[in-house]
Design a protein around this ligand. Structure first.
Ligand SMILES: *Cc1c(COP(=O)(O)O)cnc(C)c1O
Length: 226
């Protein structure tokens, strides 16, 4: 199967309101260009350096999504151009993004990452932490970030009931924030959930953005995995 065919298959499964982020981490520029030639414009990367060189090398109308765990000292390398930062999981990171966005004279859209999986290793806020942050004065000082929604990763498991439950939990958090704190902010609208193995479940549970890598570009080599 070609990359173009893989994209068509995935897209045939996506309702109109769900955006496809093609996760191109570890893949060479030539493969991204195959997707680009087929009309794909939103790409997801999880390493700052890799995102920065791909931005330099590839067409400028690509929307670059940062989907990885971001270190504060690296925000500056992508702040001038990044389209959306999916994995914001601390106030400290948000504050750094705000400062770098200001330098770049931009407002950077961000998603709040929630910890919804059973695994200890997956990053993310709890709802209590987010609620506390949103009520704090220090949060209201941040003028160059825009919270555009939420993001989460389900447990890596064959247990579909479990995956449904975790995505439903993220949707529940989203709904609570949407009707509460963000009630007057229409920009708060995205639920980034679903990867190659679980995106159909994520869509059933209300995803608006799926992040799909291996189904489009093929398996990644073990060594280059995070
Ligand atoms: C790698 C990655 C994906 C894509 O994973 P696939 O299983 O290859 O579709 C999605 N989201 C995040 C955060 C990732 O790191």
């Amino acid at each position: 199967m070609s990359i173009a065919e893989n994209i068509d298959i995935v897209k045939a499964n996506l309702p109109a309101h769900v955006q496809l982020i093609a996760v191109s981490k570890t893949k060479p520029a030539a493969l991204l260009m195959e997707a680009y030639a087929h009309g794909q414009r939103a790409f997801g990367e999880n390493k700052v350096q890799e995102l920065a060189w791909k931005f330099e090398e590839l067409p400028k109308d690509i929307e670059w999504h940062f989907i990885g765990h971001m270190q504060t000292n690296k925000v500056k390398y992508i702040a001038p151009f990044v389209h959306l930062i999916h994995g914001v999981d601390s106030y400290k990171l948000l504050k750094t993004i705000d400062a770098e966005a200001k330098k770049a004279n931009r407002i950077i859209p961000c998603l709040l990452q929630f910890h919804i999986a059973e695994e200890e290793t997956k990053f993310g806020f709890s709802i209590a932490e987010v609620t506390e942050m949103l009520q704090s004065d220090k949060f209201h000082l941040l003028k160059n970030i825009q919270i555009s929604g939420v993001m989460g990763m389900a447990t890596y498991t064959d247990d579909e009931t479990q995956i449904h439950k975790e995505f439903a939990c993220l949707k529940y958090y989203f709904d609570g924030l949407k009707s509460g704190y963000f009630a007057d902010q229409p920009e708060f609208k995205e639920i980034s959930m679903g990867m190659s193995g679980d995106y159909l479940i994520a869509i059933e549970e209300g995803s608006t953005m799926v992040r799909i890598g291996s189904t489009i570009f093929g398996e990644r080599s073990y060594n280059s995995e995070t």
